[in-house]
Write a new protein. Structure first.
Lengths: 318, 317
């Protein structure tokens, strides 16, 4: 287990380093350079030169990258000239809200998708199976923003059950104090992943049912119920942990749109606002933080999988 | 974007030992014509796929031929503001009503659809070509070169697509042609991985080794044997990727980062329409939403049918 842990951790660190390099390259691609982006189109060449000297942007690229990495290690993600505020402070205010949204909707998606997928596999090719397949196909093709808007139109404007947006200054804990405002965003984001999860669960159970140990369990006289619950489902559940890790980038991307639709004050909304504002340092900062959060999330999912399934860690430590 | 778990695996599974025994020896590129014909036949047997294809052809005609039959002003906002009521409900003069500038919605669906379809198709083609070349090179040369190239793909795939897309769009102001490049730039990673996996199995085949023994150049092996034999996988991916590209463009448009005015795309139209959701102007939301969903569903059905056809092809040979 320790070998696997170290290897997987090393992998995550390499990916994060690579992402910092990509974000650094992106910051170099700004037409006119960072000075032009910060000072605007009317700055004189002398002003631009001065800005570059003060900020060290006239140094060789590798020196700049090194300073960038050192800054990151100290938690410095850059400076948002449009907001006159450090990028880190802006993001730290929003990150917990996005984590709450992603976490709650992923849990909801699992709670809904796992039983559906299991039931589909057990009653394979039944009317229920076909209906759920059709529904998941439809959900899968639905753009995130459309699901959100339809939920608002129906539950908010027509039925008046839930507000169409949470209070703008809501803290991450507001989920517990004012849960009604979070129902629609969470539901909307969960709808995106339910389709994928339930289809995966269905095929996972079907795969497991063909395993030798299922046949053995049946041969030993296990009741269908016991074979299903005691053997098949338990083994079929494990791979979904990996799927969560793999789907995480897509969920975080979906969260960005969901936050925009519901005006949910998380990191996605911050990114969209920054993009509309031409605030490039802020956009690059949120991109980096969203990616690091995603990589860490996948890492946790993989480690949980290894902890739950001895086959993985044995295979990996060979 | 939601992720289809099936897409995570290589589309064409490596053949089992039994299948490999049945393989005809020596698959030059011409062989593939026969495989392709076989694929087309299996595809044609799938009614849903045919309906989807017909619908897509209809939408292409609707967007590109439609404006010549149903002539509306879609570029001059001044004129639209003067000549028609804003946010007018459907009537005999405007079949699907007008938007907040007074543009005719039916005409706008065609006009915006042109951008959505062109960007979607071209971005998918660029991404596929890039990914295929990258993946084939990595898989063929193997070793540290392959590890380096694939590590880069891993890193790219770990960045949530929309964030990367928004970063690129913020750095370079979007025009339609730039959006093609930017969307392609975030979606070539998946085909690179798929084709690499395919190349790894193909390059050990007897006929590829035979070419190598006979002194065929690497360029010839990759260009004449490996890429043509992965054509099924490539076509299936490209089909799904058109759908994904259209969705990505729609998402950007919805976030207000689509093509600049007076041009429009379906996402931008929808974004505009939902501003009036509370007013009940349904004609500014549902028609364009339906266009996006139906085109994407149709492309996904086609991709599924192509994948089935590919699998049947593999089973039969």
């Amino acid at each position: 287990m320790l070998g696997y842990l170290i290897r997987r951790l090393g992998q995550a660190i390499i990916v994060i380093l690579g992402v910092t390099l990509i974000v650094f390259i992106l910051s170099q691609l700004i037409p006119g350079g960072q000075a032009r982006a910060a000072l605007g189109p009317r700055a004189t060449p002398a002003q631009l030169r001065h800005f570059n000297v003060v900020n060290g942007f006239n140094q060789p690229l590798w020196v700049q990258y090194w300073h960038y990495i050192l800054g990151l290690l100290k938690g410095n993600l850059g400076y948002s000239y449009k907001n006159n505020q450090g990028v880190t402070a802006l993001i730290m205010n929003r990150l917990p809200k996005t984590i709450t949204l992603v976490g709650a909707s992923t849990i909801l998606a699992l709670v809904v998708a796992i039983p559906i997928g299991m039931a589909q596999a057990v009653r394979r090719n039944s009317a229920f199976d076909y209906t759920m397949t059709a529904v998941s196909f439809f959900l899968y093709a639905m753009p995130a923003f459309l699901i959100g808007e339809l939920l608002i139109l129906f539950f908010s404007f027509k039925l008046h059950w839930f507000p169409s947006q949470p209070p703008s200054d809501a803290s991450a804990w507001a989920v517990f104090t004012d849960p009604r405002a979070f129902v629609l965003p969470v539901l909307s984001l969960a709808a995106l992943t339910i389709a994928g999860f339930s289809r995966y669960m269905r095929s996972s159970v079907l795969d497991t049912l063909t395993e030798d140990y299922i046949r053995t369990a049946k041969a030993k006289g296990g009741t269908p119920r016991r074979v299903l619950y005691g053997h098949a489902f338990r083994n079929a559940l494990l791979p979904i942990l990996t799927l969560i890790g793999l789907t995480l980038p897509a969920i975080v991307g979906g969260a960005l749109i969901t936050e925009d639709v519901f005006n949910y004050p998380g990191m996605g909304l911050l990114t969209v606002q920054a993009a509309g504002n031409d605030d490039i340092p802020l956009v690059l900062g949120t991109t980096l933080v969203a990616t690091i959060a995603t990589v860490l999330g996948s890492l946790i999912a993989d480690l949980l999988y290894a902890a739950a399934d001895p086959r993985i860690r044995l295979e990996a430590s060979e | 974007m939601p992720l289809d778990p099936e897409e995570l695996q290589p589309l064409a599974q490596p053949l089992s030992v039994e299948d490999q025994d049945l393989l005809p020896e020596g698959g030059e590129a011409q062989e593939d014509g026969g495989f392709l014909r076989n694929m087309v036949r299996v595809f044609a047997e799938n009614k849903l796929a045919i309906v989807s294809l017909a619908f897509l052809i209809f939408m292409v005609l609707f967007c590109f031929v439609g404006p010549h039959l149903y002539v509306t002003n879609q570029t001059n906002a001044q004129l639209a503001l003067q000549n028609s009521t804003q946010n007018a409900p459907p009537s005999s003069s405007h079949i699907l009503g007008t938007d907040d500038t007074g543009f005719d919605i039916l005409g706008r669906l065609m006009y915006g659809g042109q951008i959505s379809l062109i960007v979607g198709f071209l971005a998918a083609i660029v991404a596929t070509v890039l990914g295929v070349i990258y993946g084939a090179l990595a898989g063929f040369f193997g070793g540290w070169f392959d590890s380096l190239l694939m590590r880069f793909v891993d890193i790219g795939l770990s960045i949530p697509v929309l964030f990367l897309l928004i970063a690129l769009v913020t750095i370079y102001r979007p025009t339609a042609s730039l959006l093609i490049v930017v969307i392609a730039a975030v979606s070539w990673l998946v085909p690179a991985r798929l084709i690499r996996a395919e190349t790894l199995t193909l390059r050990t085949r007897e006929y590829v080794q035979a070419v190598r023994v006979m002194g065929g150049s690497r360029k010839r092996i990759i260009g004449r044997h490996i890429i043509p034999n992965s054509v099924g996988t490539i076509v299936v991916f490209a089909t799904f990727d058109v759908a994904d590209s259209i969705l990505l463009l729609a998402a950007l448009g919805f976030l207000g980062l689509g093509v600049p005015a007076p041009q429009t795309d379906w996402g931008t139209m929808l974004s505009n329409g939902v501003n009036y959701a509370a007013n009940g102007y349904w004609w500014e939301i549902y028609p364009v939403g339906l266009c996006i969903v139906l085109v994407v569903v149709a492309l996904n059905y086609m991709g599924d049918a192509l994948r089935d056809a590919l699998e049947v092809r593999l089973q039969r040979r």
